[in-house]
Design a protein around this ligand. Sequence first.
Ligand code: FES
Length: 236
Amino acid sequence: MNVTFRVFRFDPTREAEPRFQEYILQAEPTEKVLDCINRIRWEQDASLAFRMSCAHGICGSDGMHINGVCALACQRLVKDYPEGLITIEPLPNFRVLKDLIVDLDPFFEKHRAARPFLFPRGPEPERERLQSQEDRAAFDEAIRCILCACCTAACPITPQDPEFLGPAALLRAFRYLFDSRDGADRDRMEELDNPHGIWGCKGHGKCTEVCPKEIDVRKWLGRIKKRIHDAKRIAR
Ligand code: FES
């Protein structure tokens, strides 16, 4: 089928305004959008800039705004857009570096702020720190996150509050807060207990809608809220 790709183009070092450029491609319905963009670059326009790596939904580098929805280009097929027009823009709410490439430094700074590592609970054991299957299952879904930033780009709070940690960083905080081997739960809860932390989340659920790993982000962020709420109630 003939597909028209309307692609956002912008080089802020040379252009005053962004523009859209159209490319027409003969594509198979089962072809990935990412493969089509690759073909555009190889066959029509080598100047088109975008990120990609694994092409299989693992690395999280090809998050884009495709027909108005944040998604991984490697997980979208041409037949998902039967009207034959695919508009591709960079992830919203991030600064554009070039074309479809955005500056993800603020995203990863917030991820670091969530302290995504274990503070081991108790004395060091002779061998590894054991964990029951039930305890491990508590954060099973959350570790599927590949940090593609689709959730944070889609969250309506992101443009309203630049200091908001955002769903991806909060989900990572959840993963450690609910890890039975972690001993920093009090500190973690204190760090999250503010309007730019967990209470910045208003439960819109856009994060859950767009997550390419089908993580129910809103649900897990709700668990953080409940845990902080319960801890305060017990302390009173
Ligand atoms: S290219 Fe790796 S997730 Fe799509």
